[in-house]
Write a new protein. Structure first.
Lengths: 1020, 364
């Protein structure tokens, strides 16, 4: 029996009135885990019941601990009729299963009902006692840490980055089961919520097992998604990067011997033991059997791309030697060989990370992407359970071959997505081909001298721009120049990537959000015909999106895109493409030329005039943008500065593939081969529209910047105010005479207006930057377009805003090196600071944090003593309690949410576990709830509230790397009904303000002088 | 292209003070947008009317959702749905419970019932305050009244505790509740010159001195729902006030009282002769008001009587305020020298408050 789950129901508050006669409620609680249920007493006639229950104890397998959510149901007791459910709380107990995460879940949780929303709150305490598992063939993977963050989490160090892990589980969607016809919407929603919760638990456990197999201890950049395939089922899939992380624990400076990474790693509660015990197959519940029972026997695939051709493009020998400098050459080859050997063992050398430890990323090749159109089919075939797996494997294989074609062995910033409409599904994957430093990829054998040489050889700030492929044997025509930074190696003229801007990159000026937006009508069709139509449209869409991006980039006077994300969504009668990226000017890359317009009919005088007018407008815009984004690169003697005539033969690094890859090559050559990408030919009204739309993008109002990467290139003096938000818009297109142009204009206006609204709403935060702006488009119905945006606005200090990028890079390097020292203070901080903003009674907060501090075996006794002394309310700890923000007296602790991996002006001291929540909300009284806007507004506010409550209950005060992965909204205004599904995730953390850290660091020396002040442990 | 759905939800709930004001003032979204356009916000920010429309809608929706919580402000503090900094929470509550002077003068002292609510249409027309805003203000009065009605202890404290209002606003509400409970007439034409502040001032003095809570006589049995200590006037006290009648009924006493006051004030009062001539009338007026307070009907007319019996006569003789003060001080103090009068404490309790009220009410 490997684990004991203990639950205590303390109290409820703000319960709804369930008995109209007395205006009161007779509430009781059912606590369910697996198949065991406990009940509290009925608390008669109270809207604020105090149950103070005993500890309900569940003895369970750790496998179940990982899979099952704890389900708490609040009911109204009724003597004569059935008890009415008030609502439910699902608690994911996973964070309690890691040694370094939360130790207790305790706090007020909103009671949620899928029909009524939040109805009061309930106070719950949950604990888990884990026993050592002696089973070698265990099915659980407790102890593997999961992070949504797509970089190495702030208080950890990556020892080894093992690589790609993926898994998917399939089930029938309860909404489409026969029983759904006879059960209530509530029952159906709850069945769905519960099933998805179970499936994500199972998925996480399975990924954990893979990580353990790879000898890792964590998954970073964990991205889990749902595919609601309707009739054909429900797919939950996840990808991530397996790592061995080492906690940067505090006592290193005091007692380095105590802190060996290996020791830390062994703290995982289940050490392997060579004892082939039971459990091997594990008693599988009926549900688990179901999970694999689904598989469409017949899958329609338009995937005809041949990996072989792609692979043959790969230059097999002498790679890099052409472009490498004298010293760099042999070394680079060596490096490459090692990387190759390290990566070749892997099926997919993919990394979901977008930011990397210094030195990890050697070269970047460019964006690689693959899409394929599939037909979903309901037929179950147990013999072929891996259809979905096979689909993804195909796509990944393609990505891999594209990367090889670019002379790269790895793909970083990798992500996968789907778009489903009826029975057609577009699977997409994209990433950035890259060459990596082998040092992080295998056990620390090759460290040492290699590491040193590497640092000597890599020029700071431009190394990653140097081409990884062979100059003489390029996979596509490209224009190369010598690096503008080191002047030794070759660089491309533009660089597209899906990753964040590397911290050491030298950037001139500021960056900005660049979007390409596109709609294409398609005929309504069924099944194969539909899939074919979509497949045929895809290459054109990709091409146009790409051209738009390129033109807009030029218009901004910039030469590189980071964080590129191209989303293609499929609807009944149209396809939508939305690409977002952050444009920057990389100092290492050449100055981009302008854009030239050429008319097709040169004889017409007024036409000529019009063209020259347009040309002037474009040139003005470029000049204005250069000023706006402060792009003033140093003058280069051999470069013709400001020449409006572009250099010939432009090609970007975007390598694409569609289902029809064989055709694709021809198509691309046709369009790109002879034509100049810089020259826009206005040969018809379409082209005219395109040019107009280029110029209609308005820059953000002054004081505002925006980007879709983690941080804005060129701004580094963030202040602490942050505001995360989600905005949703749905527009209805007038069905009359829809044309591609009208569609494009509507879509463009929708996005632009949305951005304008955001700028207006957040005007009080100026100067500020919208970071991690994440747009998602979906086509929920005919003629409906839904755009969802989640981003965070961060204020910055304008006075220091003009610091050069150089100092920024230095600063970040410094920061990295001082990380270790600064981290020393974390345990101290934890104890004294989390107090004021804590929603718990202080006593509980103390003991909890002290527990966690002292249970950390790495902390020597002396340090622990200091910890306790600091924490004591009479000591200096009080000092900071007083200076804490005014919200200290509020009963609800503030929980920050951000899509970024960090919190400006603060240090993350602890990761408490992953938050992964799925909610369904339905209404049959849409008008009464304020229409669709009122309904969704309330629901999103409720989702935020539930995320915050879970984080607070874990003892955290923020969610980082927050993402709303899904927001599926369906309405039926005629029936007065609407339904919405939302899936969010993030990492719950504890953070401490840097200003407060400084207080400690000044106090530190004194504190260290009193090592004998023991007795601290007693207070725990 | 029509916008079907358009929302913005922040982790920290965005509150725009200007829009909140417009919402509280009961403007519709389109009116609010028009007013915002007129304020020049479009020029300042470079936004479009559509952006303003969407922004206003968003805020209105948020306020609408918050309104349920504002009805019980402690809920706003404990709820988890909207993350709002404490200073903003306080602002939301304070502004929500703020009221218009013009409105409160119309309903002050009226029964907070459905009947009055029906008259809100007229009040709205008369005051120019939107009906929506009138309803909110009226419902606020009624809600506070209902909550504190049955409570014991200090009225102001109860209001503050249950509605988290500022001290100033809580005092105002105490006055409103007190007036509504005792149904003091404030709407008569002769009372029109009085402001809400004047009445609130009197209410506070009366709560402090004339209620059961004022004398600290908590009922011995804690379960007894005898009286609302701060809301109802001390019945025993009102009964006792009849005893004061002797001051005007006993001719000797009245003469003695007059001579004491006149001696003390001779040469100090600009309107001495008028005072001397009017003394008996004024004294009769003040004492009779006291003696009548046993009847609920007369309690309601307290302010009408005070104005008719004291303020108007003085005003018609053009008494300066300072003379009124000197007279009232001397008038109350001299009673202590009347040997035949045995109800000194009662007199002080009555006159102390009345003097304060009269001085406040004595203006144009």
């Amino acid at each position: 029996m490997p684990g004991k789950l203990k639950v205590k129901i303390v109290a409820g508050r703000h319960l709804p009135v369930m008995d109209r006669a007395s205006d009161l409620t007779d509430a009781f609680v059912e606590v369910k885990f697996g198949n065991t249920t406990f009940k509290t007493d009925v608390c008669l006639k109270s809207l604020n019941p105090q149950w103070n229950s005993e500890w309900f104890k569940f003895e369970v397998d750790d496998e179940d601990l990982q899979d099952e959510p704890l389900q708490i149901t609040v009911l109204d007791h009724d003597t004569y009729s059935a008890n009415d459910a008030i609502g439910k709380v699902y608690i994911d107990i996973d964070p309690l299963l890691y040694s370094e995460a939360a130790t207790v879940i305790s706090g007020w949780f909103p009671i949620y009902d899928t029909i009524h929303g939040i109805r009061g709150e309930i106070n719950v305490v949950v604990k888990v006692d884990l026993f050592n598992d002696l089973n070698r063939f265990r099915q659980s993977s407790c102890g593997v840490k999961f992070f949504c963050t797509t970089s190495i989490p702030k208080c950890y160090r990556a020892v080894i980055i093992h690589g790609f892990v993926e898994e998917l589980v399939v089930n029938e969607d309860p909404e489409y089961q026969w029983i759904d016809r006879i059960r209530t919407p509530r029952a159906s929603n709850e069945a769905r919520q519960r099933l998805i919760s179970l499936m994500s638990g199972e998925l996480q456990r399975k990924i954990g097992l893979k990580v353990l197999e790879m000898r890792g201890n964590a998954v970073v950049g964990y991205l889990q998604c749902f595919d609601l395939e309707g009739e054909s089922g429900l797919v939950v899939r996840a990808i991530g990067t397996a790592c061995t992380l080492d906690k940067l624990s505090s006592p290193a400076a005091f007692l380095p011997a105590c802190n060996s990474p290996s020791k830390e790693m062994k703290e995982i509660p289940f050490n392997e033991d060579p004892n082939p015990n039971t459990h091997s197959s594990g008693p599988s519940t009926p549900l688990k059997n179901q999970t694999y029972s689904f598989s469409p026997s017949k899958s329609y695939s338009r995937q005809s791309s041949s990996s072989d051709t792609d692979l043959s493009l790969t230059p097999k020998t002498g790679m890099g030697s052409g472009s490498a400098g004298k010293e760099g050459g042999p070394f680079k080859a060596l490096l490459r060989q090692q990387t190759q050997s390290a990566l070749e063992q892997r099926e997919f050398p993919f990394f979901t990370l977008t930011a990397f430890p210094p030195g990890f990323l050697v070269h970047v090749g460019g964006v690689v992407s693959a899409r394929s159109v599939k037909l979903l089919d309901r037929i179950h075939n147990p013999d072929e359970p891996e259809t979905r797996d096979a689909w993804w494997a195909e796509i990944r294989q393609e990505i891999k071959s594209h990367a090889k074609a670019l002379g790269c062995h790895a793909v970083v910033g990798y992500s996968e997505s789907t778009s489903i409409c009826e029975e057609v599904c577009i699977l997409s994957a994209s990433g950035t081909a890259a060459v990596l430093n082998p040092r992080f990829l295998q056990d620390g054998t090759v460290e040492g001298c290699l590491e040193q040489r590497l640092e000597e050889n890599l020029p700071a700030g431009c190394g990653f721009c140097h081409i990884p492929y062979d100059e003489l044997n390029m996979p596509f025509p490209a224009h190369l120049t010598h690096c503008y930074n080191c002047r030794k190696q070759k660089v491309p003229d533009v660089l597209f990537t899906t990753i964040d801007l590397p911290v050491d990159a030298t950037v001139i000026g500021k960056g900005c959000l660049i979007q390409a937006r596109l709609c294409r009508l398609k005929k309504k069709a069924q099944a194969e015909a539909n899939a074919t139509a979509i497949s045929n449209l895809l290459p054109f869409m990709e091409y146009e999106v790409h051209t738009q991006l390129m033109n807009k980039l030029k218009l901004k006077g910039m030469n590189a895109l980071f964080g590129l994300r191209i989303q293609i969504s499929v609807g009944e009668n149209m396809l939508m493409g939305l690409a977002s990226a952050t444009g920057v000017y990389l100092a290492a890359l050449p100055t981009p030329g302008g854009i030239q317009i050429a008319g097709k009919t040169p004889n017409d005088g007024s036409y000529e005039q019009h063209i020259s007018h347009m040309q002037k407008k474009i040139n003005d815009t470029i000049a204005k943008n250069k000023e706006l984004y402060e792009i003033n690169p140093p003058e280069m003697s051999e470069e013709i500065i400001g020449s409006p005539i572009p250099e010939p033969r432009q090609r970007s690094r975007l390598l694409r593939s569609q289902s029809e890859s064989s055709d694709e090559v021809a198509e691309l050559d046709l369009s790109h081969g002879k034509k100049d990408a810089f020259v826009l030919e206005i040969d018809d009204t379409d082209a005219m529209e395109d040019v107009h739309s280029l110029l209609t993008d308005v820059p953000p109002p002054s004081g505002f910047y925006s980007c879709n990467t983690e941080i804005m290139p060129g701004i580094n003096n963030w202040t602490s105010e942050i505001q995360m938000f989600t905005s949703v818009r749905v527009i209805r297109l007038s069905s009359l005479n829809l044309t591609n142009q009208a569609l494009n204009k509507n879509f463009n206006d929708l996005c632009e207006n949305l951005l304008k609204s955001l700028y207006f709403k957040l005007r009080s935060m100026i100067p500020c930057c919208l970071c991690h702006v994440n747009f998602t488009v979906s086509l929920p119905e005919d003629e409906l377009i839904q755009v969802t945006v989640t981003a965070v606005a961060i204020t910055f200090d304008k006075n220091q805003a003009l610091q050069t990028a150089k100092t920024h890079a230095e600063k970040s390097l410094q920061r990295a090196s001082t990380d270790n020292e600064e981290l020393l203070q974390f345990p101290l901080e934890l104890c004294s600071d989390s107090l004021p903003s804590h929603p718990f009674p202080p006593a509980k907060g103390w003991s909890k944090h002290l527990e966690s501090a002292s249970s950390n075996s790495g902390i020597p006794a002396a340090q622990r003593a200091v910890t306790v002394e600091k924490a004591s309310p009479v000591g200096e700890g009080n000092f900071r309690n007083r200076s804490s923000p005014p919200c200290a007296n509020s009963t609800v602790g503030v929980v920050k949410m951000t899509p970024l991996s960090f919190i400006p002006g603060a240090k993350i001291t602890k990761y408490l576990g992953i938050i992964n929540m799925f909610f369904i909300r339905e209404t049959t009284s849409l008008r009464e709830e304020g229409g669709v806007s009122g309904f969704l507004h309330a629901f999103i506010a409720e989702v935020f509230a539930m995320v915050r409550a879970h984080v607070a209950a874990l003892g955290g005060n923020a969610v980082v790397s927050y993402i709303m992965k899904q927001c599926v909204f369906m309405e039926n205004p005629n029936k007065n009904q609407a339904q919405c599904l939302i899936n969010v995730s993030g990492d719950a953390v504890v953070f401490v303000r840097e200003s407060e850290l400084e207080v400690v660091s000044t106090q530190q020396p004194t504190a260290n002088c009193q090592p004998a002040c023991a007795g601290g442990e007693v207070t725990t | 292209m029509t916008s079907e759905l358009d929302i913005f939800v922040g982790n920290t709930t965005l509150i725009d003070e200007d829009v909140y004001r417009l919402w509280l003032d009961g403007y519709s979204v389109s009116d609010a947008v028009a007013l915002r356009v007129r304020s020049g916000i479009l020029e300042q920010t470079g936004a479009t009317a559509a952006v303003l429309q969407s922004d206003t809608m968003d805020h209105y929706r948020t306020f609408h959702m918050l309104e349920r919580l504002l009805h019980a402000p402690p809920k706003l503090l404990h709820q988890l749905i909207f993350q709002i900094p404490p200073s903003r929470q306080a602002l939301l509550i304070e502004r929500y419970y703020a009221f218009d002077e013009a409105f409160v003068r119309e309903v002050l002292g009226k029964k907070l019932s459905k009947g009055t609510k029906k008259d809100l249409d007229d009040i709205s027309t008369k005051t120019g305050i939107t009906l929506k805003s009138c309803r909110r203000q009226f419902d606020n009065f009624k809600r506070v009244f209902k909550v504190v009605e049955e409570m014991r202890g200090s009225l102001v404290d109860n209001i503050q505790q249950h509605f988290l209002l500022s001290d100033r606003l809580a005092r105002d509400y105490a006055a409103i509740v007190f007036f509504a409970n005792n149904r003091f007439e404030t709407g008569k034409k002769k009372l029109q010159y009085l402001s809400f502040g004047d009445f609130a001032f009197c209410a506070e003095l009366m709560i402090q001195n004339w209620t059961l809570g004022a004398v600290g006589e908590a009922p011995t049995d804690p379960d007894s729902q005898v009286d609302d200590m701060d809301m109802d006037l001390d019945k025993e006290f009102l009964q006792d006030l009849k005893e004061l009648k002797v001051l005007v009924a006993d001719k000797d006493l009245l003469d003695l009282h007059k001579s004491l006051v006149c001696t003390a004030l001779r040469g100090k009062l600009g309107v001495f002769s008028e005072m001397e001539a009017n003394f008996k009338n004024l004294s009769r007026g003040l004492v009779n008001v006291a003696a009548k307070l046993t009847h609920t009907k007369d309690v309601r007319d307290l302010f009408v009587d005070l104005v008719e019996k004291f303020i108007e006569p003085c005003r018609s003789d053009h008494w300066p305020l300072n003379d009124v003060r000197l007279f009232l001080n001397q008038y109350s103090a001299s009673v202590h020298s009347l040997d035949g009068f045995r109800h000194q404490a009662l007199w002080d309790r009555y006159m102390g408050t009345l003097r304060g009220c009269l001085l406040r009410l004595y203006h144009d």
